[in-house]
Design a protein around this ligand. Sequence first.
Ligand code: FMN
Length: 332
Amino acid sequence: MDKKNFWLTLKNKKQPILALAPMAGFTDSAFRQICKKFGADVLYSEMASATALYYSDYAKDKASRQKIKNATLELLKFNRRQEKYYVVQLFGSNPEHFAVAARIITKEIKPDGIDINFGCPVSKVIKQGAGSDLMKNLPRARAVIEAVLNNTDLPVSIKIRARSGNVDARQFLKTLSDLPLAALMIHGRSVNQGFAGEPDCDLIKEARKYFSGIIIANGGVNDLRSAQKIMKASQADGLGLARGILGRPWLFQEIKQHQEIQLSVADTLGLMLKQAQLQEKIKGAGTIIELRKHLVWYVKSLPGASRLREQLVKVESLDDLKKIIKDYQATI
Ligand SMILES: Cc1cc2nc3c(=O)[nH]c(=O)nc-3n(C[C@H](O)[C@H](O)[C@H](O)COP(=O)(O)O)c2cc1C
């Protein structure tokens, strides 16, 4: 594994590793490319279902196999030159499904790494015993990790919570310490905390005792100050940025350069348009509707944001977006 272990290449640069954390519905190829331009070192995909990939190999008829496979692989495709280093994240709970999924991803997507989700609290995920529910089931969690390790030559990483039910990160990592995992992203909040509150940086720091790979601290990195505070307190090798970069992907650059950036209104709108254009190029005309949630983040702190937001949530085409931007610029 070491030959291809990009995590070690990044660690050798002796700078905090900055990762775009996985966000379903947000971290698509267009947004990943934008984050890369602002200095993200590692780009996680949206989570993809290991079970869907498994059934794409085993479903009864060929047409439904192909349909399932195409939809999942479409979600995961990437631009090798613009998205270095790219990690595909899988969720599920069945080791056999992960084995098949790891083989398909390695052969057909060829990312730089594969990550396993142990943190998602969404009910449709935990109902399958996946995400944060899998973190509670130590034997099954181990079997899933082994299934992935045995079916790929790519570096394998995991993303966990500080605690899920009765299992905390220490216990979880202790039972896995013999496995050759390349990296760990810890969302420093328990499942009970959800997405609010401070991350437990002491716990992330303590993870070092139980995990010998790269450690990425996640949770609450919303600006330069919080990034510096969490890096210092957690002593991690890097940071995973999630909601903090929505509508302000230049936070990666701020952290890299240790300096705040004030993007002008025109530059913010220009960046928003650039992401829309990139998305249409990648996903096709008309897909801008999927981008509405990103658009509202971009304008969150602009003057007259609420009126702008009302228009952006109705945007149907690139031309609509250009018109909204033009009209808005005429009023400021
Ligand atoms: C909309 C949304 C989607 C998310 N999707 C995923 C996902 O697919 N996989 C995952 O491991 N975490 C997912 N997360 C969790 C984030 O990666 C991250 O752990 C969490 O938001 C905490 O970081 P933050 O406080 O910087 O936002 C998601 C979070 C949000 C807000």
